[in-house]
Design a protein around this ligand. Structure first.
Ligand SMILES: C[S@@+](CC[C@H](N)C(=O)[O-])C[C@H]1O[C@@H](n2cnc3c(N)ncnc32)[C@H](O)[C@@H]1O
Length: 235
């Protein structure tokens, strides 16, 4: 990802493309979710095709009126998948918590900052623009702040909790501890960045959670898709 801002022409071209060719090919492969998988492709972030499909499908499979909380939304690549899936289902809400200031664990910050420089606008406005562009504004609720700044006022029971914020061991654990009491029994947890690989120092928070905490018997249906872990809270 380059650091120069995208030109108007690039953005127009991307938009034209995203409304036509890519959605068509993704729809052929993934059915109705394909439209949002295609939109998500045009948004910078760190999702791969297979975990995008799995994330969108998991959100789609939740019950009516599902409440989803995403910690770490950046400019909305994964939020588009979650909210698009709920829009297709016709009910539910995706709550997105992020400081929207490119902050985080020391390893990740330069990557966030590099992407942030591509647009001359605050990250929160970029996030909202992406939601508008996908017709998803009414399906998301935005909270500007860290996981721990927002958690004291959190009260909603969750059908799905997606952890992709601070990737440090302390930060990842703190977000998990703060929100896991709200995940319903039978609810789905997803953690990004959990594959079995060598991690840069201080960047293995979700990996540690997946190995140490997302285990039976507290969780069932535990599976990995690319660098993501999915599991169901058993009790
Ligand atoms: C890896 S990015 C999220 C990517 C996003 N899920 C996507 O698919 O594009 C992590 C995001 O979490 C944010 N973040 C960092 N620390 C956080 C914290 N303590 N609470 C919530 N979000 C945090 C970062 O600023 C960044 O926007």
């Amino acid at each position: 990802m380059g650091a120069s801002p995208d030109s108007l022409l690039t953005r127009l071209n991307r938009r034209l493309h995203s409304y036509t060719l890519l959605p068509l090919s993704f729809r052929l492969r993934y059915g109705k979710l394909g439209k949002y998988l295609a939109y998500s492709c045009y948004v910078p972030g760190w999702m791969f095709e297979h975990n995008s499909v799995a994330l969108a499908q998991a959100a789609y499979d939740l019950a009516d009126d599902a409440t989803i909380l995403e910690i770490g939304s950046f400019v909305g690549k994964s939020a588009i998948l979650l909210a698009g899936a709920r829009k297709l289902r016709g009910s539910g809400k995706v709550h997105c918590v992020d400081p929207f200031d490119a902050s985080g664990d020391p390893f990740s910050v330069p990557f966030y900052q590099r992407v942030a420089k591509r647009r001359q606008m605050p990250l929160i406005d970029w996030f909202k623009e992406n939601m508008r562009w996908c017709g998803l504004t009414d399906w998301v609720e935005v909270y500007q702040g860290t996981a721990l700044e927002i958690s004291p006022s959190w009260s909603l029971p969750l059908d799905m909790l997606c952890l992709d914020g601070d990737q440090s061991p302390l930060g990842a654990r703190a977000a998990y501890d703060a929100y896991i009491p709200f995940l319903k029994t039978g609810g789905i947890i997803t953690l990004k960045n959990t594959s079995d690989r060598v991690y840069d120092e201080g960047h293995d928070g979700n990996r540690r959670l997946a190995v140490e905490t997302i285990v039976e018997p507290q969780y069932t249906d535990i599976r990995s898709v690319n660098d993501m872990t999915f599991a169901r809270k058993a009790f």
